[in-house]
Design a protein around this ligand. Structure first.
Ligand code: NAD
Length: 323
């Protein structure tokens, strides 16, 4: 085993993960004062442990001759120029399974908040009103839940829908039949999902195919009054079209964690609507997800240098990647 690999940590990391790395006798650990790093800081470094606040581009890598590995303790990887990493022979890994429960739980928080008008109800009581007739909720049992993208998060969301006694239908052209069977989800076309579902949530990556996949032409199919939730990527939905569908009451209520442009502009017409619940891209934000991502990242680094093992290498080896 080669001694003293220089490991640069650029962002938050759990103490347990830090200790795990420290226990190994083959890392010389350094931490940067801020997540953004310079060419000077990266010179001579063998491994980088980052999160999304550390952008990695071609310029930064041009002088990083010793860099063998980058591990990002996140599921997103838009902050890394993967082509540049490939060019310089740098292995890149992420931790996509760490925030599955958190993202699924947030999705369901938004669904339930919509089903019971929780935001309006809260505002009413705080303002000294007490009008239950304005707050008629809906039971989900027996209704149809439409999952768009039956991957890690979509699958977990589907399991929870089962627990609520809902019938799960899903659209995912890249998932095999076994995945649908094991999640007890009926495979349907996108159009059928939009027509049949009482609740719809999006769990797709942002690709050329998924960009704007919900616009006015699809919003015409949906069941009137549907609950719609997006915790995937903002650009999957055309916000202006969604806004109109909400105004017309085609979409009953909506929970959004992600937006076409983040942070959401204060002039966004969505903000004028009463039937939208917003969160500021917190689908991966929980203490547990932070600990899991930190520990998985540390373990990946250790395995890589101990026996050359890799997992969740980037770019993803998925049929939809690069579309
Ligand atoms: P995943 O890769 O496990 O699953 C994505 C699924 O989408 C795959 O099964 C894939 O086959 C499917 N898919 C790809 N193209 C499709 C298409 N055109 N139509 C329908 N399905 C398609 O990803 P995941 O870990 O479940 O994450 C899902 C999304 O959630 C990603 O966009 C991710 O970036 C986002 N995410 C957001 C947060 C947040 O903070 N809000 C947190 C975690 C993940």
């Amino acid at each position: 085993m080669t001694k003293a690999k220089r490991l640069l940590i650029t962002d938050r990391l759990s103490q347990a993960a830090f200790l795990l790395l420290q226990e190994q006798d083959f890392f010389q650990i350094e931490k940067t004062p801020a997540p953004e790093i310079t060419v000077e800081q990266i010179k001579g470094v063998n491994v980088l442990l980052i999160r999304s606040r550390t952008p990695i581009d071609e310029k930064l890598l041009s002088d990083a001759r010793q860099l063998q590995l980058i591990v990002t303790a996140t599921s997103g990887f838009d902050h890394i120029d993967l082509k540049a990493c490939e060019k310089w022979g740098i292995t890149v890994m992420n931790t996509p399974s760490a925030n599955v429960n958190t993202a699924a739980q947030l999705t369901w928080s938004l669904v339930l908040a919509c089903a019971h008008h929780l935001v309006k109800a809260h505002a009413q009581v705080k303002a000294g009103f007490w009008n239950r007739d304005l707050l008629i909720g809906q039971e989900l049992e027996g209704k149809v839940y439409g999952v768009v993208g039956l991957g890690r998060i979509g699958s977990r969301v589907a399991e929870i829908a089962e627990a609520f006694g809902m019938q799960v239908i899903a659209y995912d052209p890249y998932a095999d039949d076994e995945r649908f069977r094991s999640r007890q989800a009926e495979r349907v076309s996108y159009e059928e999902l939009l027509k049949r579902a009482d609740v719809i949530s999006f769990h797709v990556p942002l690709t050329k195919e998924t960009s704007g996949m919900l616009s006015s032409s699809q919003l015409e199919y949906i069941q009137r009054g549907v609950i719609l939730v997006n915790t995937s990527r903002g650009a999957v939905i055309v916000e202006q079209d969604l806004c109109q569908a909400l105004e017309k009451g085609w979409v009953g209520s909506c929970g959004l964690d992600v937006f076409e442009k983040e942070p959401l502009s204060r002039s966004s017409s969505l903000l004028r609507l009463q039937n939208v619940l917003f969160t500021p891209h917190v689908g991966a934000n929980s203490l547990e997800a932070f600990h899991k991502a930190s520990e998985q990242a540390a373990s990946k680094i250790i395995s890589f240098f101990r026996d050359g093992t890799t997992s969740d290498t980037l770019p993803p080896k998925a049929a939809w990647y690069g579309l």
